[in-house]
Design a protein around this ligand. Structure first.
Ligand code: PLP
Length: 341
């Protein structure tokens, strides 16, 4: 599955960071337990870079762009436990660039516990700039960029979530990868995944178009933090920008973007019973870990939809594990785990 020159993405600058293709495995015990469609999992948590995840695919294109621009440092932003920020820091280190992370912290005070992704950021030697600003963190990113430039550095900004036309190419190529894998594993009726800043879903939609899967498979994003009215147009816009980067005259309508915002629970990173159940079920039935913020929430949505009868028994569903496992270690209390159990 090396670039064959068959697709326009093969001509883009790209550095190797991920272990690809990631496996597709069946989930026989979870499928049986739920008694609905046949479930499979795409292991994008196994992309390999400092505990992996979906951003590693995006960073293959984003870091290549930084290197082409002659950068010596990279700036990106995210929540306190951002998986994207951690993968960007690791990718930057792997390519000899200095990582700067703008991370959210109430009162701009670093958290007491440097656990989960923060622990990894620390080990990677990322320079952290705490901010109270919320996504997309543009003002603080601008400040850090100006400071670095004033100090003689050549920073390159990777947007929050890695979600721009360049970054989403990681999921255009991921969808092409799945189309090729499906030739042996069989096709999937529905793809289910966590969606947030939108680049993953936008890339998948454009990748489905390029690989001939458009209209043959559903791409169902379970939103972890945004309402459909905000996220679907953003995904459509990003997919169109990606198409233009590839020189294609193609656009998807926001109405055609499937975003389910029925599982926002108590808000971003607020762990509820649904996430706790999903995390335990996958761990105890399949030995696979998902995180409470993204993949646990998306899985909880999928489980609920199956229980509601939203899919037919013979359907084949591919659940994309987009990573986030490192964040698990920052959520002991929220997962209801104590030494008394
Ligand atoms: C584990 C995980 N899954 C899914 C997503 C959502 O991807 P996107 O921001 O491209 O919508 C993220 C984003 O941070 C993530 O960390």
């Amino acid at each position: 599955m090396s670039p064959s020159g068959k697709y326009p993405t093969d001509r883009l600058p790209r550095v190797r960071l991920a272990h690809l293709p990631t496996p597709i495995d069946p989930l026989p015990r979870l499928s049986e337990y739920l008694g609905g469609p046949e479930l499979f999992i795409k292991r994008d948590d196994q992309t390999g870079l400092a505990t992996g995840g979906n951003k590693t695919r995006k960073l293959e294109f984003l870091i290549a762009e930084a290197l082409e621009a002659g950068a010596d440092s990279v700036i990106t932003a995210g929540s306190t436990q951002s998986n994207h920020a951690r993968q960007t820091a690791a990718a930057a280190r792997a390519k000899g660039l200095e990582p700067h992370l703008v991370l959210y912290a109430p009162g701009e005070q670093p958290p007491e516990n440097f656990n989960g992704n923060l622990l990894i950021n620390h080990l990677l030697g990322a320079v952290i700039h705490w901010t109270e600003e919320r996504a997309p963190y543009s003002r603080t990113i601008g400040q850090v960029e100006a400071e670095l430039k004033a100090g003689g550095k050549r920073p390159h900004v990777v947007p929050y979530g890695g979600s721009n036309a360049t970054g989403l190419m990681g999921y255009v190529t991921a969808m092409i990868e799945v189309a090729e894998q499906a030739e042996t594993s069989g096709p999937f009726d529905v793809h289910v995944f966590a969606t947030s800043s939108g680049g993953t879903q936008a890339g998948m939609i454009l990748g489905a178009h390029l690989s001939g899967l458009e209209g043959k498979t559903r791409l169902l994003g379970i939103s972890v933090d945004e309402h459909r009215e905000t996220l679907a147009p953003r995904v459509a816009r990003l997919a169109g920008e990606g198409a233009r980067l590839l020189g294609l005259d193609w656009q998807v309508e926001a109405e055609a973007v499937e975003v389910n915002d029925g599982y926002l629970g108590g808000g971003y990173a607020v762990v509820g019973e649904a996430e706790r159940e999903a995390i335990r079920l996958l761990a105890r039935l399949e030995g696979i870990l998902v995180d409470p913020v993204y993949t646990g929430r998306a899985l909880a949505g999928l489980i609920d939809l199956i229980r509601q009868g939203a899919f037919e028994a013979g359907q084949r569903i591919l659940f994309w594990h987009t990573g986030g496992t490192a964040a698990l270690f920052a959520f002991t209390e929220e997962l209801g785990i104590s030494s008394q159990q």
